[in-house]
Write a protein that binds this ligand. Structure first.
Ligand code: AP5
Length: 217
């Protein structure tokens, strides 16, 4: 199964994508996570991506498409995968379609996470991440047992660089509306591919709704 998770920053794509990946036994490829790791390691990709990410802008299409081309060619992608945060532009969606066609495959589902803007700001401003193991928390809704410490590995929790100030948060939402929202129309041309998921409510409630859409047992 090949699944795309679409939606604004903070909609819960990573949170739900992680659960779905485990349940379906499919790898989750999150372009944001891969780019952040490249920034941390100061690789050529990371140095190129950093200035865009810090401002909440999109990394250029050709850079991200190159990254996804490599992922799709890897052995663990052969039985399907979940793409989280990609595609984000119509050019990326067209690129993905062409890459899949080259492999004789096609997308099964694009799932759009629908959440109000007020809730997105609340989720993003409350998000804390563990730099050591990648676990994600939320001070409002999913707090760690010990404030500031990761439940999984005890690491010191941090606020993501692009979650730190409200101007960057708002810019990410603007970029989403301008560049990514048109994908709803693009994927919506085929009713069987696009699924709208009401993504407000608790993590468990959203997951239950998601499983009804994906039906991976
Ligand atoms: P990326 O890392 O993809 O960030 P994003 O799209 O902004 O998405 P987020 O990770 O912020 O949100 P999410 O939907 O995964 O929410 P989460 O589950 O964490 O991209 C970062 C940057 O990289 C981009 O700005 C861009 O520069 C670059 N980039 C990445 N991909 C690119 C591409 N394809 N093209 C070009 N550039 C690209 O949840 C958020 C918080 O809410 C968490 O604290 C969580 O605990 C909480 N939460 C989740 N669900 C619920 C719930 N149901 N109720 C209450 N709280 C919840």
């Amino acid at each position: 199964m090949i699944i795309v998770l679409l939606g604004p920053p903070g909609a819960g794509k990573g949170t739900q994508g992680d659960r779905l990946s485990e349940r379906c036994g499919l790898p989750r490829y999150a372009t944001g996570d891969i780019l952040r790791e490249a920034v941390r390691l100061k690789t050529r990709l990371g140095l190129e991506a950093k200035s865009y990410m810090d401002k909440g802008e999109l990394v250029p299409d050709e850079v991200v498409l190159g990254l996804v081309r490599d992922l799709l060619g890897s052995a663990d992608a052969k039985d399907g995968f979940i793409l989280d945060g990609f595609p984000r532009t119509v050019a990326q969606a067209e690129g993905l379609k062409a890459l899949l066609e080259d492999q004789g495959r096609k997308l099964d589902a694009a799932i759009y996470f629908d959440v109000s803007e007020d809730e997105l700001i609340r989720r993003l401003s409350g998000r804390r991440v563990c730099p050591d193991c990648g676990a994600v928390y939320n001070v409002h809704t999913e707090p760690p047992a010990v404030p500031g410490r990761c439940d999984v590995c005890g690491g010191r929790l941090e606020t993501r660089e692009d979650d730190k100030d409200i101007a960057t948060l708002r810019n990410r939402l603007r970029v989403y509306r301008e560049s990514t929202e048109p994908l709803l129309e693009w994927y919506g041309r085929d009713d069987s591919t696009l699924h709208k998921l009401y993504a407000a409510g608790s993590v468990d409630d959203v997951y239950e709704r998601l499983l009804k859409v994906v039906g991976c047992s």
